[in-house]
Ligand binder design. Structure first.
Ligand SMILES: [Mg+2]
Length: 233
């Protein structure tokens, strides 16, 4: 996972500081990557993952922010949202140099109020993609096809940061895994990630370096038999 390997000795061979750099398309998952939300029973089905908030002791948790979420049936639900340490600075700095997108397997009416919390002035995210834009693998697992954001031609400078490795299935060599976050105030992953992204800037194609660093393609091989490609829902 990202926290384990991002400080490893792997080096890109960019070297020169006079080399031309390109803006990256940085696609970010939301739940357990940027925030952790504790939801009541009525809203939990709108989320993409399990609510594992109890794994972190209350005293070690970042303070939560109460967000009102209106479900499709009109009912209002109280959701406590905790921001991963450093997320505001991380997003602000990232958006200065790159194109930043959100891509979540959660429902839009759950995710949009959370994105408003992260980007109240709409200065960060160039685009936001929700469950309806996800692709289903074997009819049940939501995966994230980056061509929906970038088209086929721009994969050389696109990364997806996600705590769920299955999200990477359509383009595993663009994957940047990050450890799931459930509220711990001592987490430092976004700071490490910010520095890691800087190392990608000079590369002509981020995929060989990401694949060498994280090995996502090999790890997901068993889920991608040649006769069974992911299919649109
Ligand atoms: Mg997630």
């Amino acid at each position: 996972m990202f926290n384990d390997v991002c400080c490893a000795s792997g080096r890109d061979n960019s070297g020169s500081n006079i080399r031309k750099t390109r803006r990256l398309k940085v696609v970010l998952d939301i739940d357990e990557t940027l925030i952790h939300a504790e939801v009541n029973e009525g809203v939990s089905s709108l989320r993409s993952g399990m609510d594992a908030g109890s794994e972190t002791k209350r005293a070690d948790k970042v303070e939560g922010i109460l967000v009102k979420i209106q479900a499709l049936d009109g009912t209002i639900h109280d959701v406590v949202v905790r921001k991963r340490p450093g997320v505001d600075r991380f997003l602000r700095n990232l958006a200065l140099e790159h194109e930043v997108y959100a891509f979540t397997a959660s429902e839009s009416y759950y995710a949009q109020p959370i994105l408003k919390l992260l980007d109240p002035k709409k200065e960060i995210f160039k685009g936001c993609y929700y469950r309806s834009e996800c692709t289903k693998y074997k009819g049940k697992t939501f995966v994230k096809d980056l061509t929906k954001i970038c088209g086929q031609s721009d994969m050389t400078h696109t990364i997806l940061v996600d705590n769920n490795p299955m999200s990477f299935l359509p383009q595993p060599r663009n994957g940047v895994p990050i450890l799931s976050w459930y509220g711990n105030c001592r987490d430092n992953a976004l700071n490490i990630l910010e520095n890691f992204v800087k190392r990608l800037k000079p590369l002509d194609d981020v995929r060989p370096f990401l694949n060498k660093t994280f090995g996502v393609e090999a790890a997901l091989q068993k889920y991608q038999p040649t006769e069974q490609k992911v299919t649109s829902p």
